[in-house]
Design a protein around this ligand. Structure first.
Ligand SMILES: [Zn+2]
Length: 174
């Protein structure tokens, strides 16, 4: 578990990222356990969320990288659509070797530091995508541990097995 301090800091700013489009960067020292920023937006039902997801996907039907969808699971009944101008947290990129994680406190989504972060470092968290759709979302995080797709860590062993099997298949004749 993360150390859930009561500190709320806003020591970040958005600028161009090497990972993807705009990213969010630390402007000063951020201590492990700090709630850095709330992921805010419009609270919507699951049905509305599904409808919007379809709509966003259809904007770029043929693109392998579908770009960004800002829908965030809040609980069993509601999602947050973070595609609003006042949500700075929507610019935070995914990384396979992240320095933050998303946590829900009393109905609010927070991005929380999982280690000490130095000024100038890009803020990242694992988007925690499901296994089924991960191949639609290639990862460009550039970390040494990058698995190649945006995927929740718990599913990494499963994806590794699949990629390994695919790699050996073509030349093998048993
Ligand atoms: Zn990666």
């Amino acid at each position: 578990m993360t150390n859930m301090g009561n500190k709320v800091a806003l020591k970040i700013r958005a600028k161009k990222s090497r990972i993807h489009g705009t990213g969010v960067f630390a402007t000063s020292e951020i201590e492990n356990g700090t709630r850095i920023i709330e992921y805010v937006g419009e609270k919507i039902s699951k049905a509305e969320s599904d409808r919007r997801y379809e709509k966003y996907e259809n904007i770029h039907p043929r693109r392998k990288d579908k770009g960004r969808v800002y829908l965030f699971t809040l609980n069993k009944r509601h999602d947050i659509d973070g595609d609003v101008p006042y949500n700075l947290a929507k610019y935070i990129n995914h990384s396979c070797e992240a320095n933050c994680e998303s946590e829900i406190f009393r109905g609010h989504i927070w991005i929380v530091a999982t280690r000490d972060i130095s000024p100038g470092e890009e803020i990242t968290y694992n988007y925690g995508y499901d296994y089924d759709c991960c191949e639609d979302h290639p990862c460009y995080c550039g970390s040494a541990k990058c698995i190649g797709f945006i995927l929740a860590k718990e599913h990494w062993p499963k994806l590794r097995r699949k990629l390994r099997n695919r790699a050996v298949k073509p030349n093998r004749k048993a």
